[in-house]
Unconditional design. Sequence first.
Length: 591
Amino acid sequence: MKKFLTAKGKYFIAPLLLALGAGAVFFFLSISRKDPENIRFEKYIDQIFQEELKGNTLNLHYTLAYPEDYGIKDYSVSLGTMKPEALKENLEETRVLNKKLKSFDSGQLSEENQIIYDILSLEFSSQLSLGSSYLLAEPLGPNLGIQAQLPILLAEYTLRTSADIKDYFSLLSQIPDYFQSILEFEEEKARRDLFMSDASADRIIRQCQSFMETGEENYLYSMFRQQIEELLTEKRITQDQADSFIEMQEKLMDQCVFPAYLTLSQGLEDLKGQGKNSGGLAHLEGGKEYYVYLIRSTVGDYRSPEEILQSLFLRLQTDYRKVQELLSSDPQLLSRAYNLTPSDLSPEQMLDYLQHVVTDDFPGVEVDSYEVKYVPESMEDFSSPAFYLTPPVDTLTPNTIYINQASQVSPAELFTTLAHEGFPGHLYQTVYFSKQDHHPIRELLSCSGYIEGWATYVEALSYDYASPFLHIDQEILDFLCLNRSISLCLYAILDLGIHDQGWNAQTTADTLAVFGITDPDTCQEIFQYIVENPANYLKYYLGYLNFLDLREEVQSTAGSSFSPRDFHKNLLDIGPAPFPVVEKYLFAKYE
């Protein structure tokens, strides 16, 4: 299931939908002007694009506001399924698609189609390497699990037409069956000794209970009513219709949504005790191989875990040495960095500054509009400190960044967070890529390592833009940037240690103690979070390091003629893809 939120925070919510330019609407009309092999290939990817969206209404709604313009007119409303037999069928369908893919002569394709071919080739190869290991997937989780994210996606489900409202109600009504399919998947995992630990089950059960306990204060109510009121104000619906819609949602919440969460929590309670592993994937049969699959499919890095771990240790040593040099030159730097003066600057002012200051280093892109909103109070406990919700590819509106006021951050942290989410991060990258001439299937092939790696990369660069605007000494900002890098690097090392090397909670605590993190509860929480979210930190930090490595290689090749602006433009033009693909087409531009 494709994810729809891009966020930066203590617990990362991984990436989202990219956007597609208006020119793509005419893709289907321009196909006749292309040569036979491109025509044949584009018919093939047209079919994949349409079938993928038809199979999941959330994907469809968050990707396209007007699917009929893309040839998608008749579709069954569905959340999808996690039934084991359906996942087996998906594997067979992938084999068929892969066989068809190999029938094309990639050398005869346009560059954009070659990129798509290469992405699909890597993706299909990774999926087919799984075999029955798909049972190692974990759809549930207290932070990033389906049951945690689904309410947010439904709360943000934009109601543009009466058809949208009808689909929304249908989705609510399907949650019981959808959660039942997840329970069937978990039961099969239990039969194979692959079920989660009691600690993880308890955390998910508590999250379900917390959701149910909100009752009439649940944010799904308030967000739905807000949209209905807007439609009423715009006179797109009548008062009688508005009352009827609100009554229907209340009925579905009472009869479908809350009971589904109760059934899910009870089902997990019944399965407790069958989980044999309280650690990472390394302790499960086929777990290490599955972890390699995750690194490849979500991060887009095709190196071995050993190579990756070595690169992380080298980076950690380099950054740690730089921090020591800064502290030795200014012993008061640490105190100064953590006692910054509060700022009266608003998020809007910071974004406006960032949008203009980055133009020397990044290609210009016209953003029609964007908006900063604040997470509703009822959603604060379920949200990251900030997140960007991408628009459908055929409207590119709204571009909205949400700020969670419950998260207290310093001016520097807010500034770099907005760079990550806004300019030149997710919002900028999304809009830029949307204006390129590419097939809409690229929206479904987005690589989390590229997307989150890009946002983390530009977040690091934003520390260099902050000093004159925030009136903070550059030495302090350099220290904060290095400290952020060290923290993310440490978590990435722990991710590999826990899931590839088999580190337990004690080894994790011992490693954290070296960096001054000694509180037992904090160490256990970090360990548990990484156990439950394998490879999640790697999307951010390993993706970031891949961009740094690409920059170093290009600088070495280009020498004094290296231009950061051109480098960034080339990366943005290629767009989200696994890093072997990015590297191939990036270096071709510097030959």
